[in-house]
Ligand binder design. Structure first.
Ligand SMILES: Nc1ncnc2c1ncn2[C@@H]1O[C@H](COP(=O)(O)OP(=O)(O)OP(=O)(O)O)[C@@H](O)[C@H]1O
Ligand SMILES: [Mg+2]
Length: 322
């Protein structure tokens, strides 16, 4: 898919969304703690964090649903604090599950919202229905829609006013694997074809795979890492140890420790190896074969994206304690 805007060339452009020391306190509890973050034109930013991390609170501050305690946010350069109407004009948002009239068709629901916001043509309503892939079901009653179709209609509603930034709070909650994949494809098309920037929150890293260009990880109200999806996938490999499956794992483990100065752990018939040099694995296999060990399989341990996400969060907790 060709992209209208290439997010890797963003450094020279101005951000569409800029959070500057954004903070929200509820009484003594700091829900969002001094967050700074930029989203550039055409970029899909994943906003990732466990339950209670502060994702919805951040999004609510951006969309005027929660008061900003301190710091600020700028949308297309407009201050959310002092020029909210100008700022919010550029935003389409879907926060949690959107609510529609079930006895009206998708089209008439959109028409209702179009009237509320004024200045939206019938042509635009049809356009957004097609953009979200609801073209042939848009005249059906919403009461007959699946959850995935309702989420799509929510995005269609958010798109009515030609926003430059789409903000979606956990839009894939409740969708099955297929629904998530289709939803992801639709968002990519939007970002790629229309050049819209997207801020999408989730608590599942793997849902962000093959969608986001960049992921900001939030934990206990703080951004603890901002990484490209490529960097995260790379750290999956780095975090991983290697394994050798063989007929004499204890013996093999001792040999590997002795000759390669590597740390090992034995589990069943597998030796897990943490070597300084990951390229030593073939030499280890040769050595073991020479020592009459039968090697059945060897390779990198597959760490899932979720493992990496949890690792990043755990590391940040350990750093906070020490
Ligand atoms: N209206 C409120 N009053 C008091 N505390 C609140 C309020 N809204 C949120 N919080 C607190 O702020 C923190 C962040 O909540 P938030 O809803 O932003 O998390 P989240 O990342 O969206 O989590 P989830 O994945 O469960 O949706 C939590 O500790 C929550 O209890
Ligand atoms: Mg939330």
């Amino acid at each position: 898919m060709e992209r209208k805007i290439n997010p890797s060339q963003q450094q020279v452009t101005k951000p569409i969304l800029s959070l500057v020391n954004l903070t929200k306190r509820y009484g003594n509890r700091v829900a969002v703690n001094n967050i700074s973050l930029n989203v550039f034109p055409g970029q899909i930013m994943g906003f990732l964090g466990a339950n209670g991390a502060g994702k919805s609170t951040t999004i609510k501050m951006l969309t005027g649903l929660a008061h900003i305690t301190s710091g600020n946010a700028f949308i297309c350069g407009y201050s959310v604090k002092t020029a909210f109407e100008k700022a919010i004009k550029n935003v389409g948002a879907m926060i949690e599950t959107p609510v529609f009239y079930p006895y009206l068709s998708g089209y008439n629901n959109l028409k209702f919202f179009a009237k509320l916001s004024g200045n939206v043509s019938n042509k635009r309503i049809e356009e957004v229905a097609t953009l979200v892939g609801l073209g042939n079901r848009i005249k059906d009653k919403v009461g007959k829609y699946s959850l995935g179709m309702k989420q799509r209609l929510g995005v269609a509603q958010a798109l009515l006013n030609h926003p430059k930034l789409l903000i979606l709070d956990e839009p894939t909650n409740g969708l099955d694997a297929n629904g998530i994949r289709e939803f992801r494809m639709m968002l990519k098309q939007l970002a790629y074809k229309e050049g819209i920037s997207i801020l999408i929150s989730s608590h599942i890293l793997s849902e962000m795979e093959n969608l986001c260009d960049i992921v900001a990880i939030i934990d206990k109200g703080k951004i603890i890492q901002v990484k490209t999806m490529e960097e995260i996938k790379h750290s999956c490999l780095q975090a991983g140890s290697q394994f050798i499956k063989c007929n004499a794992p204890n013996f093999a483990g001792k040999l590997i420790m002795q000759f390669f100065k590597a740390k090992v752990k034995i589990q069943g018939n597998k030796v897990y190896i943490n070597a300084k040099n990951r390229n030593s694995l073939p030499q280890m296999i040769v050595m073991l074969t020479q020592k009459k060990v039968l090697v059945y399989a060897a390779g990198d341990v597959d760490y899932s994206l979720e493992d990496v996400f949890l690792n990043i969060i755990n590391q940040s907790h350990n750093t906070a304690i020490s």
